[in-house]
Design a binder for this molecule. Structure first.
Ligand code: UDP
Length: 321
């Protein structure tokens, strides 16, 4: 099988049986600090593969599109071929890692709600934090896809937190990668394992790669523990997290807007002489029965065009509520 890409701990291989798919092979390597610290642990690849398989299957059962197709011997998984977007998404519930280093915050502080951050995928630059504005200005990801990535990260956070919560574990943070398939679907790609998330037990002890980063315990036993814990969970009892979106509709520039003109006159009458123009639009709040998917997003675009907006006279923008 020819190698498409050799990563630090995984290899991406051509799938000889299908152009639509690739095969991801998990190695026994474990690295930290961008490869500065490296080791090989017998059985680690199998464990990371099994945890990834469990979690990606669980997420797709909850309606989140992922690249996972099936597990093969190896440890390998067959995945949809996807062009990986150049931005990584991190979601945090508790302060740890680079968040603490960057802002001088004590490890363990609970965030009042989940925080989504974006990082530029560039090893030479050390994967720096990047603002949403810079992602858009540099044309790294378009606005719709960026909103979608944020929405999915929050859904994944909800589902993983609930699942680990059943066994009294805390999901501290995790990293996601996204890819675009040939048929235009935006899917959660890469692995989700102790290598890409932080999990703490009731005592605040790590069950993840921090054990290796900080030389503070046995990584293999922790990964065996995660897998045992996952197999004790009851994923079916976790309810679907619905998504709420807002469609903001505005009259196009140059199109007459009588309600805006009336409002402007009223404001001037009240003494607000500096009002030059008022344009009145509308907002539709749409709640879905499940997480957002590329298919739903396309459906929503159709719905906008057919029902909510008049594309000749109005513009529209979809936002997460
Ligand atoms: N993470 C990852 N790959 C990276 C960077 C981070 O999987 O290249 C994961 C990491 O394991 C943690 C979360 O993303 O669960 C947040 O990592 P952080 O930004 O705190 O950076 P770190 O402390 O790993 O340098």
């Amino acid at each position: 099988m020819s190698v498409i890409r050799e990563g630090k701990v995984k290899r991406v291989l051509e799938d000889p049986s299908s152009k639509q798919h690739v095969i991801i092979e998990f190695t026994n390597f474990v690295t930290a600090g961008d490869g500065a610290k490296k080791d090989e642990l017998e059985g680690k690849g199998r464990l990371a593969c099994d945890i990834t398989e469990f979690l990606l299957k669980y997420l797709s059962d909850k309606g989140i599109e992922t690249h996972y197709v099936e597990t093969l011997e190896g440890p390998r998984i067959r995945c949809f071929r996807a062009a990986i977007l150049p931005v990584e998404v991190v979601c945090r519930n508790i302060a740890a890692g680079s968040f603490c280093r960057r802002y001088g915050i004590e490890k363990g502080i609970e965030l009042d709600r989940p925080l989504v951050e974006f990082f530029l995928k560039d090893d030479d630059l050390g994967d720096p934090l990047i603002t949403e504005e810079a992602v858009l200005r540099l044309n790294l990801v378009n606005k719709t896809d960026l909103g979608f990535m944020k929405s999915i990260a929050l859904s994944v956070n909800h589902y993983l937190s609930e699942l680990f919560g059943q066994q009294e574990l805390r999901l501290v943070d995790f990293k996601l990668e996204f890819g675009k398939t040939a048929d235009g679907r935006l899917v959660v790609a890469d692995e989700i394992s102790g290598d890409t998330m932080r999990i703490w037990n009731k005592e605040g002890e790590s069950l993840d790669k921090d054990l290796f980063r900080e030389d503070s315990g046995d990584l293999l036993s922790a990964y065996i523990g995660i897998l045992e814990i996952l197999r004790k969970t009851d994923p079916d009892s976790i309810p679907i997290r619905p998504e709420t979106l807002q469609v903001i509709v505005m009259p196009k520039d140059g199109i007459k807007n009588p309600p805006g003109e009336v409002t402007k006159k009223g404001l001037i009458r009240l003494g607000f002489q500096d009002v030059k123009e008022v344009r009145v639009g509308k907002v539709f709040q749409v709640s879905l029965t499940k997480p957002l998917t590329s298919g739903l997003l396309k459906g929503l675009e159709l719905m906008n065009i057919k029902l909510l907006t008049n594309p000749i006279a109005e513009t529209h923008e979809v936002r997460l509520a």
